[in-house]
Design a protein around this ligand. Structure first.
Ligand SMILES: [Zn+2]
Length: 170
């Protein structure tokens, strides 16, 4: 069993804590949404118990990934920090009951597992933190940059002039 697999109910009731770092490359679903799979995320999972004795996990992730701007199609670094409390239900029915009882949009209720892979929870949290349409706050104006570069005389053009001019001056 992987070190990242926990009994989610037990982890919550015993106020468990785990933290670490995970390379983006190890998260297939996340890397698919990124320009490349460089970088790593730091994460932590904390167990707790909420009202009525329901176990909960608070999953936090922070780090940065490379996304592709949908406006100019250039890659850029997206830094984020996110955390969500996941309350555990034993099955779908209980999860629905807890959801109604909490009536809190910021808390998610999931069906807990005794063989819960923390890695999946971390990746889910990171995916939720990504913008739906990734884009720069302000795109670098590449057209303007390209135009500037095209207007600039080549340094070799200058050398050629010197070479051809020199014999005439003598
Ligand atoms: Zn852009």
């Amino acid at each position: 069993m992987s070190a990242l697999v926990i009994d989610a109910f037990e982890f919550g009731r015993s106020n468990g804590h785990r933290d670490g770092t995970m390379p983006v490359a190890r998260m297939a679903r996340l890397s698919k949404d990124c320009a490349d799979d460089s970088g790593e995320l730091s994460w932590s999972v904390d167990g707790s118990t909420i009202s009525h004795g329901h176990a909960a996990l608070t999953v936090a992730v922070a780090g940065s990934v490379q996304l592709v701007c949908q406006r100019c199609l250039n890659p850029y670094v997206f830094a984020f920090e996110a955390s969500t409390m996941l309350v555990l239900g034993k099955d779908d029915d209980q999860a629905d009951e807890i959801e109604d009882m909490l009536d809190d949009e910021s808390i998610d209720v999931i069906v807990g597992s005794r063989t819960c892979d923390i890695g999946d929870l971390i990746e889910d949290e990171a995916l939720l933190a990504l913008p739906q349409v990734p884009k720069h706050d302000v795109c670098p104006d590449t057209k303007l940059l390209d135009a500037l570069n095209a207007d600039k005389p080549s340094p070799f053009a200058g050398l050629k002039d010197i070479k051809t001019d020199t014999p005439n001056q003598q």
